[in-house]
Design a protein around this ligand. Structure first.
Ligand code: 9MJ
Length: 674
């Protein structure tokens, strides 16, 4: 099917528009249209190309993804070798470089082109008649791997050069890298799937580009900065490195925005320190700066030795990774009770800072990395983030290296540690009691949707806990106005108001109270469901996992947390104190529970019965009833055997229904569930 002229025109327009917006977005960082509109253009082009496959060209913007996976990478011979760089590690070495350059050139002073040194993967991009035909890795400098399908997926790599005056053959060299944010996100996803992730952005970039399946590469946030040219047919696009680089941008090729000409050694040093200051602010990782003799004729005169040009040098920053020994693994308890293992390290200087601790995230992470106490580990410090342990140097593992186990009891308060199946985090189950969690627990308790204690703000809670006036939510109810008004920013009036607010909060509902306790996984909705189902605190406290799971929306995770919470004596004690303080709610009937027909009913047994009282009590409780010792208004039935005494009188006085044993049996028969 031949395409009508208007379709051909539309395809051309779409490609031009998409290319334009690609450049605006990726190269110039100035998007002109919303993403949705861009996607619409791309989809329209894709549809047309599907209709007319013969019109698909290698440089169509639709061709970034979609290539089939490769079995192996084929080898590519570089027309001009891809050189690497000599390194300088201090000012002296940089000064030596500058001196050698000047002596060879017999000049007093040299201008250099300076730019940050990206830590990624070097590639060569070959453009024929402006169309990207091949991408290759450096390999050994002479032969690399053909990664054309992969580089085509990189958004900032133009598939076709823009403008007209590019050379008919142009090989561009550059560094493929992964921006820090993309790297973090990629690793976060890997970790959530239980995978190890990449040790650093460099490995991530290399691992992503060297993927046989370009669809995988396409999903990785890769980018590229061009830093040089290889083989060029036709005229060189400039007489200095700086000018050539600027020409590349005219054709749509991205270069470092930090590229700058600097004068002599002094200019180099200034640049080095300025970039060093800003190192952590770049959204990509750099490991130094590169200085290149700017004039191309001078580069020519200087030539190359072995694998590196004489006209360029990389002045490296202090390394971000060092080796040290893992002395111990301690466990810290966070504000939400999460237990975080922390590596105690033999002090080591990483990029100018002494590192003695590093976070290890969680138990699984330690297992994945197979860290053992006594190991020699690779430590990395980048930016403001807490230092990380990247991995172990296995060859240096001592025989006595000991594996780590998460403690079974909280190191802060000794309560049970719970790790919910399917979750990576272990937590202290104490909640209200654990000092590490105390302030957080009290803030939650007082919050508007919980007990709603007006005037009890975060700052005040912090003061109360710090001054040891309050250790649990229950202690709040024993505060007096005199103590309160002695606190910072508390006048007499606000103290009185707070006492009043505390008083008012005692009139609670069961669901608010449950929510306020801060049981893990029990949010407002779950608290309401539990309150509705159980009607009162006591049956909930006594409920087993199986019963809890009968409550709508309560699954094994929530049920396990509820049971663990009520198993902690500290929690029960705090609850007891809260109730003593006068917190109360209206008890409702237990519902939604076919197995408990007598739920919410209270029985009192008296007189001589034909069976032992204990047996009857057990039977009643198995049906959900409560059995108490004395008759009150709340008693549902008095069961009276022979010779019943004063309780019978009480029942009559309070109009509590009285059952004899036959009546009881009838009731039990009607309620029988077995
Ligand atoms: C990097 N990695 O950023 C060179 N590089 O030049 C820069 N690498 C290089 N230049 C010649 N900016 C060989 C390697």
């Amino acid at each position: 099917m031949t395409a009508p002229a208007e379709t051909l025109a539309r395809i051309a327009t779409l490609r031009a528009e998409i290319l334009y917006h690609n450049r605006q977005y990726y190269v110039l960082d100035e998007p002109q249209i919303p993403d949705a509109e861009y996607d619409r253009l791309l989809r329209e082009l894709q549809d047309l190309e599907r209709q007319y496959p013969e019109l698909v060209t290698l440089d169509s913007p639709t061709q970034r993804v979609g290539a089939e996976p490769l079995a192996v990478f084929s080898e590519v011979e570089h027309a001009l070798p891809m050189l690497s760089l000599d390194n300088a590690f201090d000012e002296g070495e940089l000064a030596d470089f500058d001196r050698r350059v000047r002596e060879r050139l017999r000049v007093q002073e040299v201008w250099y082109a300076a730019e940050p040194k990206l830590d990624g993967l070097a590639v060569s991009l070959r453009y024929e008649e402006g169309v990207l035909v091949r991408g290759a890795t450096r390999g050994d400098g002479r032969r690399g791997e053909d990664v054309t399908a992969g580089v085509r997926t990189i958004a900032t790599v133009p598939l076709r050069l823009i403008g007209e005056d590019y050379p008919p053959l142009l090989e561009v060299r550059g560094e493929v890298y992964m921006p820090k944010a993309g790297f973090e996100a990629l690793n976060e996803r890997a970790r959530s799937r239980g995978e190890k992730g990449f040790a650093n952005p460099r490995n991530a970039a290399a691992g992503s580009l060297r993927q046989l399946d370009p669809k995988v590469t396409a999903q990785r946030p890769l980018a590229v900065f061009c830093y040089g040219i290889g083989l060029v047919e036709g005229e060189l696009p400039g007489t200095t490195h700086d000018a050539v680089m600027r020409r590349l941008t005219d054709w749509g090729l991205p270069i470092s925005p930090e590229l700058q000409r600097v004068r002599g050694l002094e200019g180099c040093l200034r640049y080095y320190h300025a970039i060093g200051e800003r190192r952590e602010g770049f959204d990509y990782e750099i490991d130094g700066v590169v200085f290149k003799v700017d004039r191309l004729d001078q580069q020519q005169d200087l030539g190359s030795v072995a694998r590196a040009p004489r006209w360029a040098i990389a002045y490296k920053f202090p390394a971000l990774e060092e080796l040290t020994r893992l002395l111990a693994i301690d466990v810290q308890v966070g504000r939400t009770g999460a237990l975080t293992p922390v590596a105690r390290l033999e002090p080591v200087t990483v990029a100018g800072v002494t590192v003695t601790n590093a976070t290890l995230h969680n138990e699984d992470e330690i297992q994945r990395k197979d860290l053992r106490i006594g190991d020699t580990v690779i430590v990395r410090r980048a930016g403001d983030v807490i230092p990380q342990v990247l991995g172990v140097v296995m060859e240096r593992r001592p025989a006595e290296a000991a594996p780590f186990r998460m403690p079974r009891y909280c190191p802060e308060c000794g309560s049970e540690v719970v790790r919910v199946p399917g979750e990576a985090v272990s937590r202290c189950s104490a909640g209200l009691f654990c000092p590490a969690q105390r302030k957080q627990a009290i803030k939650h308790f007082a919050s508007r949707r919980a007990m709603d204690i007006e005037g009890l703000g975060d700052k005040l809670i912090e003061q109360l806990v710090d001054q040891q006036l309050v250790a649990s939510p229950a202690d709040l109810y024993w505060l007096d106005a005199a103590t309160l008004s002695g606190l910072e920013r508390m006048g007499e009036k606000s103290a009185r108001n707070l006492i009043q607010a505390l008083e008012e909060s005692k009139q609670a509902t069961l669901s608010r109270f449950l929510y306020a306790l801060g049981i893990r996984e029990v949010g407002e909705a779950t608290a309401q469901a539990l309150a509705h189902h159980f009607g009162d605190l006591e049956p909930l406290r006594a409920a087993a996992v199986e019963e809890l799971q009968q409550v709508p929306d309560v699954g094994p995770v929530v049920a396990a947390q509820v049971v663990a919470f009520f198993r902690q004596p500290h929690n029960l004690q705090v609850i007891e104190h809260l109730l003593q303080a006068g917190i109360h709610w209206e008890v409702t009937e237990r519902v939604g529970d076919e197995g408990m027909p007598l739920a919410g009913r209270t029985f009192v047994l008296t007189g001589t019965l034909s069976r032992p009282r204990g047996e009857i009590k057990q039977r009643l409780e198995s049906l959900g009833a409560k059995v108490t010792g004395s008759v009150s208004r709340k008693t549902s039935y008095l069961v009276a055997g022979a010779d019943a005494g004063s309780k019978l009188g009480d029942a009559h006085a309070l109009r509590v229904p009285v059952l004899d044993e036959a009546g009881l049996n009838e009731l039990l028969a009607g309620s029988a569930t077995d």
